[in-house]
Design a protein around this ligand. Sequence first.
Ligand SMILES: O=C(O)C1=C[C@@H](OP(=O)(O)O)[C@@H](O)[C@H](O)C1
Ligand SMILES: C=C(OP(=O)(O)O)C(=O)O
Length: 433
Amino acid sequence: MAHNVIISKPDKTVNTTIQLTGSKSECNRALVIQALSKGVVKVQNISDAADTVTLAGILSEPKFSGFQNTENEKALPSVEGLGGALSEINVGPAGTAMRFLTAYLTLQPGEFLLTGSERMKQRPIGILVDALRKLGAKIIYAGVDGYPPLQISGGFEQQTNRISIKGDISSQYITALLLIASQLQQGLQLEIEGELTSRPYVEMTLSMLQQAGIQHTWEDNVIAIENQPFTDASIWVEPDWSAASYWYSIAALSDEAELFLPGLASYSLQGDSVLTEIMANFGITSQFKDGGVYLKKKPKPTVRKIFDLKSCPDLAQTIIVVCAALGHEATFTGLETLKIKETDRIAALQNELGKMGVKLIEKGQVYKLDLSEKFIPQKIAVKTYEDHRMAMAFAPLACIIPQVEIEDYRVVEKSYPAFYNDLEKAGFAIQEV
Ligand SMILES: O=C(O)C1=C[C@@H](OP(=O)(O)O)[C@@H](O)[C@H](O)C1
Ligand SMILES: C=C(OP(=O)(O)O)C(=O)O
């Protein structure tokens, strides 16, 4: 089976409609809410992202959801019974599934071994485990302290309703706690210590809980949720703005382009919708009408020199690659969390941009592109490091480099399985090698 693809640009101007799959962030929250509500809350427009399929599969098992979920038909169970006593659950590379299930399983009767891919075993989870233990949950490390796999004994007597948690490593720990908060006997008062990274993801969690009837207060750095029931609701998942970023990037790297992305609205729960503002710097206009967004390229000189990506870390690779490709010597901040994602995204960017003579220089918390030795090769072979966003952020380089080879190209399935089909639809040639 081929592992790589070579992408070449279309013969004519990109002018098409791309229907993006649902946001995996919204979906994975909605699935946990649905399971906690025992099916009272429904989910519509479920994503086909592998991370969502994995979580839906796990939660559709009656022993984990406490109800028979027949709605998520795309679900692929990835659960194995271990001698009846301990159930092993493997989330593969899905960070949100790992973090959300860690909290969720502490409330479910049973003994669980929660594990994931080799990379997942290197992604820290100690901050969340410590917080859950303070609440009274029973979790032990089955491998290295501070990292998955975790052994969780579900069901616990709550010891306190007030805990504090560091906010600058991953917002997913905070989301995991907020998702279960209303089901804790004493509710939860969560004090966020220090800076909060990826803040829009916490706001997304609270908005979605609110759609499911769960009220909260957020005063200064304390988010409080009382014990309360979910109410009948149907949550509609928006298309994925992070996936949209690759289409904005294609438009930015083309002389001309016109695209329609149905389902995206100017108001979104996803912080990555800030993309429209960021991409305006590269001459992309976004017009919201007909139930979606039209993007158009209008060449203009790029003015913005500093991009703070703390609130939208999943856009970092897209924007850095666009700046490098356009020869825009920009500076980036808010990239601290990139080293603990699917791969060390800083190192991966440095390696792959190096193949076109571009340096991404780290100076404390500031990263600067050095384009003094930049060149446009005839061909580039991009390693993807088991990171979907490396593949999708570099693929648009095909607009300016005749042949872009993406190694281990199927990594995109984590969030956007139809990526290459959509590229073909837009006129790109995709050759498996
Ligand atoms: O809550 C979420 O759905 C996510 C939060 C972000 O992670 P961090 O909070 O770890 O930055 C983001 O990078 C990830 O892709 C999805
Ligand atoms: C960081 C990501 O995902 P996760 O942390 O959920 O694995 C991502 O999709 O870019």
